[in-house]
Design a protein around this ligand. Structure first.
Ligand code: ADP
Length: 610
């Protein structure tokens, strides 16, 4: 699991792990090199005291340690930069996943919850992918550190004390040496385990932390949210926010997390550290006794104690790492559950050749559909056919299935029953991107990006400026565009640029409509992007749009009948079914029909229009 975490991170930042490996090697070896040179100097001082030899050791040691320090500083600096980069880039994994997920999966609340949980685990204590990075770092440092430590401490155990050392000759006894080495390693492992248990407490409190983080992110930044500022003041919501801060104890001193740090986690952690100190003490005694008995000189004491202490620290860290990796596995489970969500939608391979005659025909053949997790049919036995060049209206009350019809047409979902055909072939058999190229859609909840107006219209930073300009003028945004100093390069919204502009709801709609015009697809669909306008204004936009959409097929969706009465064909939706079809005039003739009933009910809004 942790290894896969490293692999995934390596995919998005190729330079990081090789550099980290080199950094770990240098960091692990550096303390031993310092210990080695100090020991040589001390040995000479305590022994023959040759001036020239002393100078040589001092100079060689100083150069080596300086060079190492410079290399370490360079590696550290580079590592910090790449690590920051990695933090940002790991988001690419999630962004790609979000972008490539089937819409039906993306639409599921459980998948959004899963993503939110992964994010919270990361905010909470870097659990998940970034812990794999730390695990890798510790693994390499620990391994190299242990190997270097063993190399430097072997002679601590093998150098015999002279026979004349009396009772201290026991220090030569292989069984004694074995027991001592085993105790040293055993206690280091045990103390690492204790510390690991302490770390595991983090996961026991993960639910608390998740809740705490959710509350924190919600309430902590509510004051910065521009959209809420009026509402908060008007409804005196400050008190509610303050009540959260006063009552929130998840991260407080007396909260469950505070108690965890003071309690079990603190105790296990301190016990682990105490054990390490204890074993370091034993090593000191053992080394000094051997030097006292004459196994080696005083200078070597520094080397052995330094090397053995560093080795104990590495064994400790290595054992703790294993517990950390185990704990992290449960967090990585969530990460990979998300990254591995399969795309179940069938992907066809046919191309929808861009026909110059734009001669396309779409047919819904007995289509029925329920949203995932719902028992209710949102569309039932829908039959409809429309040809390029037609003006089709889909009307009906809210909830009657109009948007669902469009979502199926765009293959955001596949129907459970029936077929949707493009020129007689099931739309599932076409390449999705190709198929989508024939539609321009403006949904009710369209979104503009904090990007220049032109780029918003084209959906690309590199675009045809003349076409974008024309689309904006055709959509009715020309006058405002002329008044903008930077024209197409004017940033929308101020979030990313001080000289960005705020656009009204109506202007945003025009930009969204221009986006659909720029795409120049044979089918244009307006799914109530004008719902916020009054019925008369909506009707005006729809009929203006009708003028500019030329030879394209336009599909208008609205629950307001007046907006669409000019269309060649009007399909009336009711409870997921097409209950009537025909022209406005024909539909009005049927006094018992839904259209007649709705028309009369809505007539009061547009009396002048009737
Ligand atoms: P309209 O566009 O006519 O207002 P919709 O197509 O949005 O209607 O909705 C048709 C039916 O499908 C409604 O009963 C609505 O509650 C249901 N519905 C819409 N979206 C979802 C969804 N994501 N999950 C479950 N049911 C949905």
């Amino acid at each position: 699991m942790n290894l896969r975490g490293v692999r995934e991170l390596h995919r998005v930042q190729k330079s990081y792990f090789p550099l980290l490996t080199v950094k770990c090697i240098f960091e692990a070896v550096s303390p031993y090199i310092t210990v080695f040179f100090s020991a040589q100097v001390l040995k000479e001082l305590a022994g023959l005291r040759r001036e020239e030899v002393l100078w040589n050791w001092v100079i060689a040691g100083t150069i080596c340690i300086c060079v190492l320090a410079i290399i370490n500083a360079f590696l550290k600096q580079r590592h910090e930069t790449l690590l920051n980069d990695l933090w940002g880039r790991k988001e690419i994994l999630f962004i790609h996943k979000m972008f490539s997920l089937d819409f039906s999966e993306l639409d599921k609340q459980e998948n959004h919850d899963l993503r939110a949980q992964i994010k919270q685990n990361e905010n909470w204590a870097s659990w998940g992918l970034m812990r794999s990075q730390r695990a890798y770092e510790r693994f390499v440092t620990g391994m190299i550190g242990m190997i270097s430590g063993i190399t430097l401490t072997v002679t601590l155990f093998t150098s015999p004390v002279p026979k004349t050392a009396g009772r201290l000759v026991i220090l030569n006894n292989p069984i004694f040496i074995l027991i001592f080495a085993a105790v040293m390693v055993g206690i280091s492992v045990f103390s690492g385990k204790l510390s690991g248990i302490a770390q595991k407490s983090w996961s026991n409190y993960a639910d608390f932390a998740t809740l705490g983080n959710r509350l924190f992110w919600h309430f902590g930044f509510i004051g910065l949210d521009k959209k809420r500022s009026v509402d908060i003041r008007m409804n005196d919501q400050q008190g509610l926010v303050a009540a959260y801060w006063d009552g929130n104890s998840v991260f407080g001193v007396d909260g469950p997390l505070g108690k965890m740090f003071m309690g079990k986690m603190g105790i296990y952690s301190s016990m682990g550290v105490c054990m390490t100190v204890l074993i370091t003490g034993f090593v000191y005694v053992f080394t000094c006794l051997k030097a006292w008995a004459g196994a080696f000189d005083v200078g070597s004491v520094t080397q052995y104690v330094g090397a053995a202490t560093a080795m104990i620290a590495n064994i400790f860290a290595f054992t703790e790492l294993i517990s950390l990796m185990e704990t992290n596995t449960s967090y990585l489970d969530k990460t990979f559950e998300f990254l591995d969500i399969p795309n179940a939608m069938y992907q066809g391979s046919l191309t929808t050749e861009k026909r110059s005659d734009r001669n396309y025909e779409i047919e819904f053949k007995d289509v029925s559909f329920k949203y995932p997790g719902s028992d209710v049919w949102s569309l039932r036995h829908v039959n409809m056919k429309f040809k390029v060049g037609q003006r089709l209206a889909i009307v009906g009350e809210n909830g009657s299935g109009k948007t669902t019809f469009i979502k199926l047409l765009c293959r955001l979902y596949d129907p459970q029953e029936g077929q949707i055909l493009l020129n007689g072939i099931d739309i599932r058999k076409y390449k999705y991107d190709d198929y989508m190229d024939i539609f321009s859609i403006v949904f009710q909840d369209f979104q503009l990006l904090c990007q220049p107006i032109g780029a918003n219209v084209a959906g690309n930073a590199d675009y045809d400026r003349d076409r974008a300009y024309k689309a904006l003028v055709d959509a009715g945004f020309g006058e405002r565009l002329e008044s903008l100093e930077k024209g197409l390069d004017t940033m929308i919204y101020k979030d990313l640029s001080d000289d960005g502009i705020d656009v009204s709801g109506g202007e945003a709609q025009k930009i969204a409509i221009a986006r659909a015009l720029y795409k120049d697809a044979p089918f244009i669909i307006l799914d109530e992007p004008t719902a916020a306008l009054d019925p008369i204004a909506e009707a005006e936009i729809y009929s203006k749009f009708d003028d500019i959409s030329g030879d394209k097929t336009a599909i208008y969706i609205s629950h307001r009948l007046s907006s669409c009465k000019f269309c060649d064909e009007i399909a009336v939706f009711g409870e997921g079914q097409v209950i009537q079809k025909g022209t406005h005039e024909k539909l009005l003739e049927d006094h018992a029909g839904k259209y007649y009933e709705l028309w009369n009910a809505q007539a009061q809004y547009y009396v002048e229009e009737v």
